[in-house]
Write a protein that binds this ligand. Structure first.
Ligand code: ZN
Length: 297
């Protein structure tokens, strides 16, 4: 499936001779597309939006033919969350139980931590085109996703990081604003910088509000790097896009084999397959199944 681009954007900036790296993104349209495709309730929308945004921030650091998958598996009602990203800013993802919505927290925010659960794991798989993809994982800290990813990056990848992710949902359930920020100290960085970056990042707290105020990804990078000598190195579009297609789904169907195809034809008179990542439905009628069976013969 492909959806029209929604004006979402990412930027990559560096400061202090490349020892500080910043990724920032606005993902409002991307998260709204995910919401419509999966029919998510507000708390699920916020959780899925945060993992999609995180996947975008991490994936744009990859090289051309590489890909990344972020998985969160907590003990809360949402079940698992999966988001996959490509270096060109395309992301896709799903949540196991899209209809989950919890009462708002006392501070009026969506209770993402309660919905994800506070026990569980976060894992990141990078497929770098080598024989085996590399997976690292860590225990969840709060289920709020931003804090969990921060802990993962420190523990599993030994990269001191600050992560801020946010999704603001309208009263009608649609996505009002979404975005994220990732700040990393690379080897050689002065540990003292962390305090300044943290203080700068505090001025961006509630990042979806800042996006709603009109702050651009470049503006977020500039704000968090205030006081450092910084520049934007790269920028691009973020959008929800899935690599599934009718041809690919037909290939999966054919791979089920003669016996299963015959059973589907006789019992159901066809087959409907739904892509888990984007919710796209692919219908195959009796004639389609007969054609596949002929090809199998
Ligand atoms: Zn799909």
């Amino acid at each position: 499936m492909t959806d029209a681009a929604g004006g979402d954007q990412w930027v990559r900036a560096v400061a202090a001779d490349g020892q500080i790296r910043v990724l920032a993104a606005r993902t409002t349209g991307t998260v709204e597309t995910a919401r419509r495709r999966h029919g998510t309730a507000p708390t699920a929308t916020a959780a899925l939006g945060r993992v999609l945004t995180a996947a975008a921030l991490l994936a744009v650091l990859l090289k051309d033919d590489q890909k990344l998958t972020l998985r969160i598996l907590g003990d809360g009602p949402l079940g698992g969350l999966v988001a996959a990203g490509l270096p060109d800013g395309r992301v896709r993802g799903y949540v196991q139980h899209p209809d989950v919505h919890l009462p708002l927290r006392p501070d009026g925010k969506l209770d993402v931590g309660g919905a994800v659960g506070r026990r569980g794991t976060i894992s990141v798989t990078r497929d770098l085109g080598l024989r085996e993809p590399y997976t690292g994982s860590a225990l969840l800290v709060s289920g709020e996703i931003g804090e969990d990813l921060t802990a993962y990056l420190w523990q599993s990848e030994q990269t001191p990081s600050l992560v801020s992710l946010g999704v603001l949902v309208n009263p009608d359930g649609s996505v009002r604003a979404a975005g994220g920020l990732l700040v990393q100290l690379l080897p050689g960085a002065d540990p003292e910088w962390a305090r300044r970056l943290e203080a700068n990042a505090r001025s961006l707290a509630g990042i979806s509000r800042r996006v709603d105020d009109g702050l651009s990804p470049a503006g977020m990078a500039e704000r968090v790097l205030e006081g450092f000598d910084s520049r934007i190195l790269a920028e691009g579009e973020v959008r929800f896009a899935c690599g599934c297609s009718r041809a690919r789904v037909e290939g999966l169907l054919a791979a089920l084999g003669r016996e299963e195809l015959t059973r589907m034809l006789e019992e159901d008179g066809g087959a409907e397959l739904t892509c888990r990542f984007c919710g796209e439905r692919y219908n195959f009628g009796a004639d389609d199944l007969r054609r596949l069976l002929l090809r199998e013969a």
